[in-house]
Design a protein around this ligand. Sequence first.
Ligand code: ARG
Length: 584
Amino acid sequence: MASVTSLAATVNQRVADALSAALPEAGAADPLLRRSDRADFQANGLLALAKKLGGNPRELAGKVVETLGTDGVLADVEVSGPGFLNITVADRAIVATLAARAADDRLGVPYATTTGTTVIDYAQPNVAKEMHVGHLRSAVIGDALRNMLDFTGEKTIGRHHIGDWGTQFGMLIQYLIENPDELAPAADVDGDQAMSNLNRVYKASRAVFDTDEEFKERARKRVVALQSGDAETLGLWQRFVDESKVYFYSVFEKLDMEIRDDEIVGESAYNDMMAETARLLEESGVAVRSEGALVVFFEDIKGKDDKPVPLIVQKADGGFGYAASDLSAIRNRVFDLDATTLLYVVDVRQSLHFRMVFEAARRAGWLNDQVKAHNMGYGTVLGADGKPFKTREGETVRLQDLLDEAVQRAAEVVREKARDLTEDEIQERAAQVGIGAVKYADLSTSPSRDYKFDLDQMVSLNGDTSVYLQYAYARIQSILRKAGETRPAAHEQLELAPAERALGLHLDAFGATVAEAATEYAPHKLAAYLYQLASLYTTFYDQCPVLKADTREQVENRLFLCDLTARTLHKGMALLGIRTPERL
Ligand code: ARG
């Protein structure tokens, strides 16, 4: 369990030390080391530094080269261009650092230097409603972020802020009272049935609600009964929640995602806090009464007619809505769960809501420099045609249908490739490949950007897809099996081929990549890293025979590179929530 300092970090430190020896005024300046095509690394921080301190960059670079010298780590350091350093590391240093990684369960990935508690709000569908692709994104991105944060030592608490409260429940419950047999007990149905029952009840109650004024009035009274905690009403409300959960769980299971019941804490859970939240905001002057409602105004948030758009904490009729539940949730997460970070994975279209909620919470003192809130507003999922994702009939696409289709398409790919698999094995792998493809397509795009849901592209064997990564992994496993008695072993004295060095230096960067992806909430950086890893592995595999290498040492060392690549792919994909089957 020892974290391993990457070779890149070691070299960077060496150059930094040489730099401050050569130029004491530079202090602890960063030489800005990057991977480079010309050498292994290039340091280009000297240029700006020399300019700033009024020196000649090439001269400074020359001095640094002299101070550095060469040794077991640095094989060659040269000045290039106007004052860059081109640095080549020794083969043995590459193998040694990789051996240290391989010896560690965590592949040498360090824990973050400062950690706290992040409450992450993700995967938040709505009761009695079909889940759509937007909910898919929140679940997939949230799950990956959570894995990455956990892995770097952050404590995470999940909150699935499901939409389980609000006026529509008056309509639904009243309808159920008048048509008691319409909803089968949750225990008797599977996810699909649960959703189609809920859909039917939703549509039927909506139809009555829209046409029957008296029903509408009874539904309105039912909302009041619900909010005041009437037992019969709450019992029926619970049935809608339970039935919906059967459906949610079936979708999350299909998504191969673990959701814990105690973390499903929806809007309703904050009902008892709402009045106090409103009182605190009003007493502190953060919220004011305006036309009977309790609202918070913001200088810089104005609507079309230049009138300020307020955040409504309490409506004029006394009711509480979405904002009040989110403000109450903040109090709960900060003061009861001791969060240091509140992370929301919610559609970018709700970013104004969160801007206002966070600002109100800041004014109230619930958020501050020690407790931060951030909304990872994610972009829209588009159809393959680049337009918002809809069925041909213009309806939202059912999430289950989409996932089923992805799995089916993956089965075709798997079946074609693997002729020796049984039908059961094909189905099992198809699920891992299909769901992996859906997750990867989402995660390999920067969360803030829209992306196209294009199944053809997603399950393609070529290009930046999870299938490509899964095949790379499976191919390595097959080589390791074929190696039989010959086990992977690092041999530091061997000379490395260019493709081995490129692969090795990329493996060296795993820890830094995970750390960066976690702190920046950027799963796409990890995805890009893994794709490049698989590509470098492919080049290595084409150029460097493994089992047929010249010497036994070389076979073992190449197997070692194969094995570490596989473990890195496996770990990285697991952080993204994607399986890597042993055989494909
Ligand atoms: N249920 C909401 C929706 O489907 C998302 C909830 C986001 N989380 C929150 N704390 N508001 O749009």
